[in-house]
Design a protein around this ligand. Structure first.
Ligand code: GLA
Length: 386
């Protein structure tokens, strides 16, 4: 049992005067490749990281959900029968939203008992590593067990996404919740967002002496508003103009036609999605045929496409990626929704600290904000810990 799990169990006991009935946890994620492809029903290849959100939960003899956390004083209570998107605000919407999504999807909660829920998170917030999905998925596995719902990990990921879309109001795809639910040690999750079929893909990082260095730009992003939503709109506009229901239906052979039919900006948005889907499939194939040292060019091409075609990177991320590659990284790219957040570099373990120092000095010399640098390992998805 991790120190985080036992600390949250003890914290629950101190707060509620009894032990929790169980402790569940779920990780944040890094997306190795496949950005903004999920809501276009394309391909993604994320992995779950070794930073988790923990939920200690105790059953009550009423029908009230009481949510508290180790990161704010605020405690929120809401009766199960009063759950509705309008009744939830702030961070507790990630918790209560999951309960609401279950009832909205037709699961019978009429005899579900109330719960005391204590949340603790070690997934950095605002870094683009899906701290919100980690909360949703930790809560989803807990509710699944305590309310005897018998849902599959993929069903629970879908419930988490519904909470995020309709209770929190961020129009995101399934990427984050699928990674958090389905992650496995040293594996990526290859997800087809059209069929929603997922397959583990061995990454072999440790055997190859490689690490994933996260370079958090510390530029804050927000997906409920702004650029993320605009990019979604552009994708829908492009698909409609080209007569397809999703951009997933297009291949690189369609790009000439797309270029003739679309305005210049919409064409670049479409080209990012089409080429990014191809890069995800190539990355999966290359990992299987030649191993992780061979995927650098695909990561770099993805970064260039996000920078030039989809325009979702920021100067901090572009410089961090370029500097990492110039100093020996195998490849580097932004990860997550963009407009801030983090980039990742695939680095030889013995070069990590030199690459990190080069990135920090390059950003300082350019007068940009100092990044937070740390490594993550592909880890297990959501689970019951106690
Ligand atoms: C955010 C969203 C995901 C996905 C990525 C971009 O992380 O939550 O659904 O769209 O951005 O790939």
């Amino acid at each position: 049992m991790s120190d985080q799990v036992s600390a949250v169990g003890d914290g629950f006991a101190a707060r509620h005067g009894r032990r929790p009935d169980g402790v569940w946890s779920a990780p944040g994620r890094v997306n190795l490749i496949g950005e903004h492809t999920d809501y276009n029903r394309g391909f993604v290849l994320p992995f779950a990281i070794d930073r988790r959100t923990v939920a200690a939960v105790g059953v009550c003899d009423d029908r009230v959900l009481r949510v508290s956390s180790t990161f704010t004083e605020e405690e929120v209570s809401l009766a199960i029968d009063d759950l509705s998107p309008g009744a939830m605000q702030g961070w507790s919407a990630y918790v209560l939203g999951v309960a609401w999504a279950l009832s909205d999807e037709g699961h019978d909660l009429s005899s579900a008992p109330g719960l005391d829920i204590l949340i603790d998170s070690r997934v950095p917030v605002g870094a683009g590593l899906s701290s919100s999905a980690a909360i949703e998925c930790a809560v989803a596995v807990a509710l699944n067990d305590l309310w005897d719902l018998n849902l599959s990990p993929l069903d629970l990921a879908r419930i988490g996404r519904i909470a995020e879309n309709r209770a929190v109001g961020a129009p995101t795809g399934l990427l984050d919740q699928a990674a958090s639910m389905l992650g496995r040690e040293d594996h990526g999750v290859f997800l087809d967002c059209d069929t929603e079929e997922a397959e583990p893909v061995a990454l072999h990082l440790r055997e190859e002496g490689l690490e994933i260095l996260v370079m958090d730009s510390r530029v804050e992003h927000e997906h409920a508003t702004g650029g993320y939503r605009d990019r979604r709109d552009s994708c829908e506009k492009g698909a409609a103009a080209l007569g397809v229901s999703t951009l997933r239906e297009l291949s690189e052979d369609d790009l000439d036609r797309a270029s003739a039919a679309l305005d210049e900006e919409t064409f670049r948005r479409v080209r990012h999605i089409v080429t990014e889907n191809a890069r995800v499939v190539d990355t999966v194939r290359t990992l299987g045929d030649s191993g992780p040292r061979a995927i650098g060019a695909l990561l770099d091409a993805s970064q260039a496409s996000m920078r030039d075609d989809f325009e979702i990177t920021v100067p901090e991320i572009d410089l961090a990626c370029a500097t990492a590659v110039e100093n020996g990284a195998i490849g580097a790219r932004m990860t997550g929704g963009g407009f801030g957040g983090s980039a990742i570099a695939l680095v030889p373990a013995d070069a990590r600290s030199d690459i990190g120092s080069a990135v920090t000095s390059a950003l300082a010399s350019a007068g940009l904000r100092e990044p937070h640098l740390f490594t993550v390992t592909p880890s297990e998805g959501a689970r019951r810990d106690i």
